[in-house]
Design a protein around this ligand. Structure first.
Ligand code: PNS
Length: 167
């Protein structure tokens, strides 16, 4: 039986921390489905299509990795994709409470679905999507935190918003 894991998230934006989890996940599972959430309650900087497009471009052609989007309940999506595991990265102790709550809720909804946590590599543990957006907003470089395409897209979007008087 193929061991399929879904690696879900908002990926707003994709960081080297996410890529590190995907790389290490590939060593454990036969397939990792990187699943971009469409209907998350938080307002995102990049819209769903933009986030999906970035992931598709960055992860294009990587063996055992599929990029997809999903709406609705994660466990239902994972079941449709024949996945048995939900993979999540944990950076710090402060991530734990939220992750624990989600894992238990998902287990309640689908007892056969396992959540597996992977500790983010120490060199990426300080990274957060909001920190990255703030640095770019104030003109700093995030080249050690995100792939070049993501940095380019962040700059383009901030410039567009500034020109449009949105920020
Ligand atoms: O990267 P994020 O924002 O921490 O990812 C959160 C995500 C998308 C994994 C979570 O919000 C989710 O699973 N959303 C789908 C809706 C759902 O299934 N909710 C119940 C899970 S407790």
């Amino acid at each position: 039986m193929e061991r399929i894991a879904v690696y879900p998230g908002s990926f707003d934006p994709l960081t080297y921390g996410h890529l590190n989890i995907i790389e290490r996940g590939r060593l454990i599972f036969d397939k990792i489905i990187v699943a971009v959430a469409h209907n998350i309650s938080k307002k995102t900087f990049f819209d769903f299509e933009e986030r999906l497009g970035i992931l598709r471009e960055v992860l294009n052609g990587i063996d055992k990795v599929e990029v997809d989007g999903f709406e609705g309940l994660l466990v239902e999506y994972a079941k449709r994709k024949n996945a048995t595991v939900i993979l999540r990265g944990i950076r710090t102790v402060s991530d734990f409470e939220y992750e624990f709550q989600m894992a238990l809720a998902n287990k309640m909804l689908s007892p056969s679905m396992e959540t597996m946590f992977m500790m983010t590599d120490a060199k990426y543990s300080y990274l957060s999507s909001s920190l990255i957006k703030e640095i770019v907003h104030f003109g700093g470089s995030v080249s050690s935190m995100v792939p070049p395409l993501v940095e380019k897209k962040l700059r383009e979007k901030f410039e567009k918003m500034q020109k449009g008087g949105i920020i």
